[in-house]
Write a protein that binds this ligand. Sequence first.
Ligand code: NAD
Ligand code: IPM
Ligand code: MN
Length: 352
Amino acid sequence: MKKIKLAVVPGDGIGTEVVPHALKVLDTIAELHGGLSFEYEHFDYGCDYYLEHGAMMAEDGLERLGQSDSVFLGAVGDISKVPDHISLWGLLLKIRREFELEINVRPAKVFEGIRSPLLNPKDFDLVVVRENSEGEYSSVGGRMYQGENEIAIQNNVFSRRATKQAMEHAFELAKSRRQHVTSATKSNGIFHSMPFWDEVFKETAQKHRGIETASQHIDALAATFVTHPERYDVIVASNLFGDVLTDIGAAIMGSIGIAPSANLNLNGKHPPMFEPVHGSAPDIVGKGIANPIGQLWTAKMLLDHHGEGEMGTLLLDTMERVTADGFLTPDVGGDKKTGEVTEELIRRLREK
Ligand code: NAD
Ligand code: IPM
Ligand code: MN
């Protein structure tokens, strides 16, 4: 029996609503598989934990999460309790940094049964590879002076190693897809980092001559993402550009509530972390209407990562049949609850 040990961190807000449903679905997948099981260790890290303990996670938290095969996270953040920069840097970003999760893979595609806000969306299917450890999210900088003279300096950090690594990952991914990589740049306006980014992209492209490439300024890219998403296969982007692009990706699919992500460690020293793209959605928390698809598609990425691609495909295909038959939460135009969508999914998986 193959066992996958998951460190489960529901986190805050709707994270605590969608994660338990996703675990039920994973258990169903394990049952259907027959030779697979999940072992869960639950961690109550998040803003309530902070209020009680003065930290977002236990002192030995990273060590304990690190003993798992994968971290399965919901969402972090609740500004009614803890300021975002404290909660995020104390948990989500801390895990990304300390576990060296330098690549964030975020797919977007036409999802059967979910209406895109685009008028005539062509059949798009793309993946954003987001550099996940540095760039605009560096902690280098500071604040100085006071009053009207006050300034805040936020330095962007682009190392050759991490930049190259994100690009290599994008090219490798393109080999198993439609052989095309687009680089999200801004070398017309950002003086140091983006010309460097372009240089590393060119060098990487030369090593992968079979792959077609394009380079587009992020502003124009964001526009084309909306008007012609079908033009993209794999996009490689810096940390912040990738963050923004993937919310646009979620939006053109129909909702931020359906987009998944995988945070990968490439040196084998730490487990990967799987989490949806969306946040804790304080405006709908407690209503039972959070869309579970982001978390469930994230579970599909986890299955794929652990060599269970067949089950992953079964999960995504069945989800699309559920949505195609109108089991939709309000964010995508339906009136179903989180639990109703998940129960229907489980019922259909069991029909197999
Ligand atoms: P958000 O993604 O939480 O919400 C944006 C909008 O999308 C809201 O209207 C929300 O109701 C809706 N939405 C999000 N997920 C949904 C779902 N599954 N089903 C239906 N509707 C959904 O983004 P925000 O409002 O900018 O952030 C709220 C909090 O979450 C903040 O504290 C923020 O820092 C945090 N956040 C965390 C993560 C993460 O943990 N990965 C990601 C983004 C934001
Ligand atoms: C995401 C989120 C995070 C990010 C925030 C909550 C720090 O928006 O995972 O997309 O910017 O990476
Ligand atoms: Mn984001």
